[in-house]
Design a protein around this ligand. Structure first.
Ligand SMILES: [Ca+2]
Ligand SMILES: [Ca+2]
Ligand SMILES: [Ca+2]
Length: 372
């Protein structure tokens, strides 16, 4: 978020307040990690107090989401990781979710969006991140292998001096510079709960979205990219909607994900404009585009079977395909498990040992039953 004291007139502030109040109550994300890069709203959105650590800052970020507010991701690379354990299913050919931000016309601060499927079903984001390939990902000035290192200042600079040499940074592109402190935000721009002397962020750096409208630097507009980013266009516009089918690896090869469980957003533009501060993505959570399509998936491991009184009982198996085999592999019968408390009678079956195969969401589970 750039410095509104300078860049927004009272009219624009009014517009911003409207956008804040129009935040959806459908926020579905759980914050699991937040690490902004240095920036003028760091330690403010959310607010740091002495004693806070990475865990309490996650809780504070969650509270801000729940209250319809935003967290700031600071400079380029700063990020937040969100979980949606039920999964967001991909509707083929349709958009699927939005990352809530506070962008409006000429005030985009695009963040790159990464998604992950919980492939190993352990509830942790320890699988493969894919990136939403938005409209600028193929632009020659975009760098999908960008790394930036920020260095903790040896001492906090007094805001009155308007230090231009506040937080030193250098990037994998061979550039370096300082993030200045401005007089409107006098707190530390370094995440106060991070004790290390430097922080490295690796993500995609998008091309700049700044437009010098008058050609003399007197008015900089922050243009909206066409699609595929966070905090890039108003939450209510189609442009804010993200399609899981846009997820790809670093080479742009489609990930073909049928569902996702984690979303990571990082500030995607590296820009600091004097006293207006850095471009930093704001995030207020995730909203599903299609409320009805995020059906909770019951993992196959929760399905239970038992065989008693010539009845095969299947619990939590709605939607599974069941196949009955003889012990030597001959297919006897196939049926769908149509509800969660399902039973199948075998009173007519001959006495034998049978194998039941349950198949759901491309997973298979076997169970052996003995009919006496
Ligand atoms: Ca913003
Ligand atoms: Ca889709
Ligand atoms: Ca996992």
């Amino acid at each position: 978020m750039r410095n509104k004291n300078l860049i927004l007139s009272s009219v624009l502030l009014w517009i911003l307040s409207i956008h804040t109040f129009s935040l959806s109550a459908q926020n579905v994300a759980t914050v699991i990690e937040v690490l902004p890069a240095p920036g003028q709203f760091v330690n403010v959105l959310p607010a740091y107090v002495a004693g806070d650590d990475s865990t309490t800052m996650v809780s504070k970020a969650q509270q801000m989401f729940d209250n319809g507010s935003f967290i700031s991701l600071g400079g380029c690379g700063g990020y937040v990781t969100l979980a949606y354990p039920q999964g967001i299913g991909n509707a083929i050919g349709q958009t699927d979710f939005k990352v809530i931000g506070n962008a409006f016309a000429n005030n985009a601060e695009p963040g790159v969006i990464m998604v992950m499927k919980d492939e190993n079903k352990n509830g942790l984001p320890d699988d493969t991140w894919y990136e939403i390939w938005g409209s600028e990902h193929s632009h020659e000035e975009t760098n999908v292998n960008f790394t930036i290192t920020y260095y903790k200042p040896s001492a906090e600079k007094e805001a009155e001096t308007l230090p231009t040499d506040y937080i030193f940074w250098k990037s994998s592109e061979g550039q370096s510079g300082y993030m200045p402190k401005n007089r409107f935000h006098t707190q530390s721009y370094w995440p106060s709960w991070v004790s290390s002397d430097s922080m490295v962020y690796s993500s995609t750096r998008l091309r700049s979205n700044a437009v010098d409208v008058n050609g003399d630097g007197s008015y900089i507009s922050f243009a909206t990219f066409n699609f595929g980013y966070a905090d890039n266009c108003s939450n209510s516009s189609d442009c804010a909607e993200i399609n899981i089918e846009w997820a790809a690896d670093k080479d742009g090869v489609s990930a073909n994900l049928d569902t996702i469980h984690f979303v990571k957003v990082a500030t995607g533009v590296q820009h600091v404009f004097g006293n207006t501060g850095e471009v930093s993505t704001e995030v207020g959570g995730i909203e599903l585009v299609r409320k009805s399509t995020a059906l909770p998936e019951i993992p196959l491991s929760e399905i239970t079977m038992c065989f008693t009184n010539n009845m095969l009982y299947i619990e939590n198996g709605e939607g599974a395909k069941a196949t009955l085999f003889t012990l030597d592999g001959k297919l006897l019968h196939q049926f769908m498990v149509t509800h969660d408390n399902f039973y199948y009678t075998m009173s007519e079956s001959i006495s034998a040992i049978y194998i039941v195969r349950l198949e759901k969401n491309h997973e298979i589970k076997y169970h052996k039953i003995i009919k006496k």
